[in-house]
Design a protein around this ligand. Structure first.
Ligand code: IFM
Length: 476
């Protein structure tokens, strides 16, 4: 059996050794589908990602209540009413989890700070346990030579701020700036990079118009306000971080390649609007200081007064852009949709367990446009990519042979390699996710992890996708 040497080189005083693979037959040993990793540039960073509410366990360590704790209590809001109370109990098992990151050979770990874990009321009530937890976590990364890629906000808004209107209230942007300042003061010197917001479209549109995420609103006015305020929050936080001379600042946008359901004018126009709301709203504001026209026309009556004044601030310099990419969307005009007049319809490509079509070419389309139209000069990080699949434990619960997931990674990495060869400035790639975890409204029913988690015992079992990365990364 082959043994990982990487771990031992890094931790000369520790003797944990992991088998390099759990594939079912010996042929697989010589045919790692993720072999393409070996041909990436030597300074390219491979990492894996998680987020606070999805793994930490919000009932541990004096964490304050977040709007996800409340949302999960609403009838039918999440799968079987599941919540992040315990999740992967990362608060207790963080060392094991960082060992898994290091043992795989990942050089970076993307994690998020939990706002209510640091400030119970989101404002001034500090939770010292929370501060010392992130001290340990970050120091644990540095001790393992893992670069800490941090995110300030990955959706766990303190309930106290949600009670005051959350992202529909401009004051939240100010409190976010204060929270950012506290993070800079305590942790800034140890962070490799900082993203302000993870997936602003999800924070605003998905949560305030489509109602799928906390706070679960279906209200255009609320959605429009949050679409603007989340960018103001990004801008405020960036300003604070610059004043601390913090380096390597960015934001993480989720992107889907939009395609019309047919060539009719109606579908083509519907697709353009959907593309604006999903993709371009954020790019146009961040990189050009403007909002896209069609969407602004639809949103105008609800835009906060004098919103234009904020645009030059939102357009402030960032150092990198993070792209989360999973799938494409097919858009169809629908006169019964009350505001946008479009809906998303199912496509005919093979799908992941989320029902998302597998469309690696979309990554190339998205990134090409990103560079050509928006972020010509700055680095791009692929901050999330991965798939949910229905994983089956075989062989006495020790082997999870997730070949579909490995294939998904392979196909997307091939796209990336070609882009890099074509001088698109992509600097890192993060597999979503390190662990199976609380997949928001889908609870624990959808699994994206490289590592399976038994939620009764908290035993972690690396899947074959984990071992495929491990085998390829040792050559980098
Ligand atoms: O689990 C989420 C993550 O929190 C944000 N990006 C998409 C992932 C999969 O749905």
């Amino acid at each position: 059996m082959q043994i990982s040497l990487i771990y031992d080189q890094k931790y000369k005083n520790r003797q944990i050794r992991l088998p390099l693979k759990h594939q079912n037959n010996e042929d697989d040993l010589n045919m790692n589908p993720l072999k393409i990793i070996e041909s990436f540039p030597h300074d390219f960073i491979f990492g894996t990602a998680t987020s606070s509410y999805q793994i930490e366990g919000s009932s541990f360590g004096g964490c304050g209540r977040s709007h996800w704790d409340s949302f999960a209590q609403k009838p039918n809001a999440t799968y079987k009413g599941q919540n992040g109370n315990i999740a992967c109990n990362h608060i207790q098992y963080w060392e094991k989890d960082l060992d898994l990151v290091a043992d795989a050979g990942f050089k970076a770990y993307r994690f998020s700070f939990s706002w209510p874990r640091l400030f119970i009321d989101g404002k001034t009530t500090r939770n010292n346990n929370g501060f010392s937890f992130y001290d340990r976590l970050i120091d644990g990364m540095l001790a393992r030579e893992i670069l800490p890629f941090s995110t300030l906000y990955h959706w766990d808004l303190p309930q106290n701020l949600a009670d005051k209107g959350g992202w529909t209230n401009r004051d939240t942007c100010k409190w976010f700036a204060d929270y950012t300042e506290a993070i800079m003061q305590r942790f800034g010197d140890r962070l490799h990079s900082v993203a302000t917001i993870n997936e602003p479209w999800c924070v605003s549109w998905l949560s305030h118009y489509l109602g799928h995420h906390a706070p679960g609103l279906r209200n255009l006015e609320a959605a429009v306000r949050s679409m603007h305020y989340i960018l103001v929050a990004h801008s405020n936080a960036t300003e604070v971080m610059r004043s601390y001379n913090q380096k390597n600042l960015g934001i993480v946008l989720n992107k889907e390649h939009m395609m019309p359901a047919s060539n009719t004018d109606e579908d083509v126009e519907a697709c353009k609007l959907s593309d604006e709301i999903y993709n371009l709203w954020f790019d146009e504001a961040i990189f050009k200081g403007q909002y896209p026209k069609k969407t602004l026309k639809l949103f105008h009556q609800y835009m906060p007064e004098n919103f234009e004044i904020d645009l030059p601030q939102i357009n402030r310099k960032i150092d990198w852009i993070g792209i989360n990419y999973y799938t494409r969307s097919i858009i169809k005009a629908d006169q019964y949709e009350p505001n946008t007049k479009f809906i998303t319809v199912a496509g005919d490509l093979p799908k992941t367990d989320m029902g998302w079509e597998i469309f690696p070419a979309g990554l190339t389309k998205i990134l090409t446009r990103q560079v050509e139209s928006y972020s010509k000069t700055i680095s791009i990080h692929i901050t999330e990519n991965g798939m949910a699949s229905h994983d089956v434990l075989v062989n006495g619960s020790k082997v999870i042979n997730d070949q579909d997931r490995i294939k998904y990674y392979q196909l997307h990495l091939e796209e990336l390699k070609t882009l890099i060869d074509n001088k698109i400035p992509i600097k890192s790639y993060f597999a979503w996710s390190l662990l199976d975890n609380f997949e928001w409204a889908f609870g624990y029913n959808k699994t994206f992890g490289l590592v399976s988690v038994n939620y009764d015992t908290q035993i972690r079992t690396p899947k074959n996708s984990y071992y495929a990365f491990q085998r390829a990364l040792k050559f980098l």
